[in-house]
Design a protein around this ligand. Structure first.
Ligand code: CDP
Ligand code: MG
Length: 515
């Protein structure tokens, strides 16, 4: 539907034209008429579907610019989102004379916000904590508010803003219009709406299929403790692209950002513990392409709108199934195709991938588990960086004794360097292998084989039943013509062997020895 069909004022349409909006999105087409009518609305649609304009446009239109008190209030979960929504509102209202919007959020000088509020704004966008601050100071009066919007309401509840939100709502007139927009809708939030909304119209725009078509979803099984190596392998393929990497914790964001930066990769992290100027800096750097990788927590990334993201990487599997959709919804926007990679470490996480598939009704393509060879590349690359660092200042002098000694044996410096690299890189790989195969094994030899129609099953049964060893710890079994070999953990060999002394298989006496 075209915006011109939506009963919006000339000035607003002019604003939309200036920023190139022509067609309304589904959620906009469905909610704008209701909001203009004064109804309470619940708008439920995924991230990136244009919820800001859906509540923003009609709410702007309902403001009376001849009055200079606050008439519309939007609550947002984060400072970034408040700033972003305020930017959008200003763009939409650019051609309305006398219209004033301001964002108020923690981390910014409160005096500056006070003087902005004193100028007589009609439209306020803020985070619940800071809004409440201003109410308490008497610098924000909500007695004449017509419309209150809870943007990403679910997120605000998750962040513990419930009390603040309720306290703020109580400061506004009962007769107000209450709008609630969110990408997720929990039973918690619906309960809240019952108390604060009046006969709300629930508009849900289903668009899960869209996610499926536009985003190629991939999953990498990751060997234990090798997420960084797999990540590096993936980043290599996408070195020129805009990428968001999601982690589940702030600490993981910090650690990973540092690891990437140490590899010379242009990445920055963003999460809720960072100071406001820092967060703004990181976002600007990302939006302007100064860095191409953003490492983020779910909360910090929520609602932030950056165009042209090519790849989303779930470094950690999201804790909440809904989060998965929000995360990957960052890419594949505006008809472009996007890619998502999810790392799954171990069996539990693979099971989680299957849950996500069921939930999103979309296929997640399983990639082959990267082997040591593929990952060695990442390890080498990292070593190159570390060595360059050392070479810049020069290695410590006494170490050259070793090099000279080997060189006088007749080896070239290149050979020596490669040997050193092998010693540094390969032991790690060997250790991993040992862990994977587990315990040390001993080979038992049974003097019976395929000539007597013996198969591996007979041998397993004999070791398990007669030898008293659980079947799953028995290793490889190879059946030869006249003898059969079976590996069992060395730890149990001395217990098992005596029990097999009078062993009979298929009625035949069998002798068992250790190889
Ligand atoms: O809030 P939500 O996650 O649903 O999305 P948003 O932050 O409002 O972002 C929607 C994006 O689509 C923004 O970049 C808008 O500029 C753009 N857009 C829109 O909102 N409405 C249109 N009719 C066309 C584009
Ligand atoms: Mg939004």
């Amino acid at each position: 539907m075209n915006f011109t069909e939506l009963n919006l004022s000339k000035d607003i349409l002019k604003g939309l034209e200036a920023i190139g909006f022509a067609e309304a999105t589904d959620v906009q087409a469905k909610t704008i008429p209701l909001i203009l009518d004064g109804a309470d609305v619940i708008g439920h649609s995924k991230t990136g579907t244009g919820k800001t304009a859906a509540f923003g446009l009609p709410t702007i239109q309902r403001v009376d610019v001849s009055k200079d008190f606050v008439q519309a209030l939007v609550m947002c979960p984060t400072r970034e989102l408040a700033m972003q929504v305020c930017d959008e509102i200003r763009k939409f209202s650019r051609f309305i004379r006398g219209f004033r919007a301001v964002a108020i959020y923690g981390g910014q000088n409160i005096e500056r916000q006070i003087s902005a509020l004193e100028k007589g704004v009609q439209f306020v966008i803020g985070t619940p904590g800071r809004i409440l601050d201003h109410i308490k100071r008497g610098t924000l009066n909500l007695e004449n508010v017509n419309t209150v919007v809870l943007d990403e309401a679910d997120e605000m509840l998750d962040m513990g803003f419930r009390d603040d939100m309720e306290a703020i709502l109580k400061k506004t007139p009962k007769s107000r219009q209450t709008l609630l927009f969110s990408a997720t809708m929990s039973s918690d939030i619906l309960r809240l709406t019952k108390r604060y909304q009046n006969n709300p119209q629930h508009i849900k725009v289903a668009s899960q299929e869209k996610t499926v078509n536009e985003i190629t979803q991939l999953c990498y099984p990751v060997p234990k403790n090798r997420k960084n190596d797999v990540l590096y392998m993936v980043l290599k393929e996408w070195s020129e692209n805009l990428i968001i990497i999601f982690c589940n914790t702030k600490k993981q964001v910090d650690d990973l950002t540092q690891d990437l930066q140490e590899l010379g990769i242009k990445a920055e992290g963003i999460h809720g513990d960072m100071k406001q100027p820092e967060r703004s800096f990181v976002l600007t750097a990302f939006k302007t392409g100064k860095i191409n990788i953003l490492v983020a927590t779910d909360v910090a990334a929520r609602g932030i709108d950056v165009d042209g993201i090519d790849v989303v990487i779930n470094y950690d599997i999201p804790q909440d199934l809904e989060f998965y959709i929000h995360r990957i919804g960052r890419t594949g926007r505006a008809g472009k195709t996007g890619y998502s990679y999810t790392f799954a470490e171990g069996r539990d996480e693979m099971a989680r991938i299957r849950e996500i598939e069921k939930f999103t009704r979309a296929k997640i393509q399983l990639m082959p588990k990267p082997d040591e060879e593929a990952l060695a590349f990442a390890v080498m690359e990292r070593m190159v960086f570390e060595l360059r660092d050392i070479l810049k200042t020069g290695a410590r002098k006494e170490l050259s004794q070793m090099t000279s000694l080997l060189h006088s044996d007749g080896y070239s410096y290149e050979e020596i360097a490669n040997a050193l690299a092998q010693k540094l890189i390969l032991p790690k790989a060997d250790k991993k292998k040992e862990r994977r195969t587990g315990a040390k094994m001993t080979t038992l030899v049974f003097n019976i084989g395929s000539n007597l129609e013996i198969n591996a099953g007979h041998i397993v049964a004999a070791i398990a039943r007669t030898g008293g060893l659980p079947g799953e710890v028995i290793g490889r079994i190879s059946v030869g013509e006249t003898e059969t070999k079976a590996d069992i953990p060395t730890l149990f060999a001395q217990d098992v062997l005596p029990k097999l002394e009078n062993l009979k298989i298929r009625g035949k006496r069998v002798t068992v020895t250790i190889q």
